[in-house]
Design a protein around this ligand. Sequence first.
Ligand SMILES: Nc1ncnc2c1ncn2[C@@H]1O[C@H](COP(=O)(O)OP(=O)(O)OP(=O)(O)O)[C@@H](O)[C@H]1O
Ligand SMILES: [Mg+2]
Length: 396
Amino acid sequence: MLSLNQSPSKLKWFVILFASLIGLASLYYTNELVDSLADREQEQIDLVAKAQELVVQVEDSLMLNFLVTSILQGNQSIPMIIADGEGNPSESRNIKFKKNATEEEKDNILREYLTSMKAARSPIEVKVSEEWKYYIYYENSTLLTQLKYFPYAQLSLIAVFLIFAYFLFSSSRRAEQNRVWVGLAKETAHQLGTPLSALMAWVEYFRADQSVEEEILQEIEKDIARLTMITGRFSSIGSIPDLNSENVLEVVEGVTEYLKKRISTKVKLTIRASKNAKLYALINKPLFEWVIENICKNAVDAMTETGGKGSITLFFSSDRSQKQLILDITDTGKGIPQSQIKTVFRPGFTTKKRGWGLGLTLARRIVEQYHNGKISVLKSEVGKGTTFRIILATSE
Ligand SMILES: Nc1ncnc2c1ncn2[C@@H]1O[C@H](COP(=O)(O)OP(=O)(O)OP(=O)(O)O)[C@@H](O)[C@H]1O
Ligand SMILES: [Mg+2]
């Protein structure tokens, strides 16, 4: 199978891998940092506890108070509450209260904090004497907490950046591809124009001559007409095509008449329409004919493997509101495996030896971008057949 975008996809995986490595490295580094900071905070708390045990041996109560407050104030970052054995808070540090909070409100907040601190880790016991013990409750400093979440924030940012970059990259690549193939189509149409008009002039020249059989001239004229039609398609796809309200069934009939003469007689082509089906839609005739031709040719190809016998049915109907023209093209070919149903419209996807994998890409582009319609595989069963569905807005 041919794939037109092999190397960019490799690059994509490389970028993703590289970004993940950066992410993991940053996660690892920050984790190390968090661990060492947590150790230091633990040491600081231990130190506070030890100092308090020593301090209470000081006799002078004024002095004691002074020392306790200084030790507590030495801690600038770790939220800490000192409470007795029954969980009544007496002192706190680095806990934020509302402005103008009353003593009662402060006490309530402290108790709430105590409960959550208690749940997170056991407090440090400070044993002053056998009867007099108190407890230091604490939690991670805000710095430590922030640092813990930092790598995740960082990773999310990298991810957002990558997604953004990817979309930017792929859409600019798509725009470039579009320009190339639209330009190519236009140029081809332009180049074909001159020899075509020359050929038409030659036919007229030979007709005047009388020595050339009329039948041969008519055959040449048919080929010229076909070439003109192809040129018309190429030039329509290279510019914004005109849309006209047409009877789509009649347009499709024109295509099938043309195809019938060229495909095996073992393939039966039928057009049907449901009662009251709306048949008019705004279409560009040469381009829409191209779509039908591509789909029917695929259907014929799908039958060659099974002996080339089968039928293609083109069925017209409308939705209930009559706003949509629905065309279902059903064949009795080999079917599309479930795993390929989504891939058949991809440029370059083909299962044929001499296929380009462009027929359905073109069909989708014509239906969806130039006609604002929809094309999809309605259903397909391996060994039984496939139905493609085209939906257009009705115009009358
Ligand atoms: N009616 C169908 N039944 C079974 N398989 C189909 C049918 N239509 C399309 N496919 C599958 O989808 C693939 C892509 O179709 P597409 O028309 O885009 O390219 P292609 O026919 O292979 O080449 P080309 O560019 O010449 O049209 C086909 O190769 C075939 O495997
Ligand atoms: Mg095809």
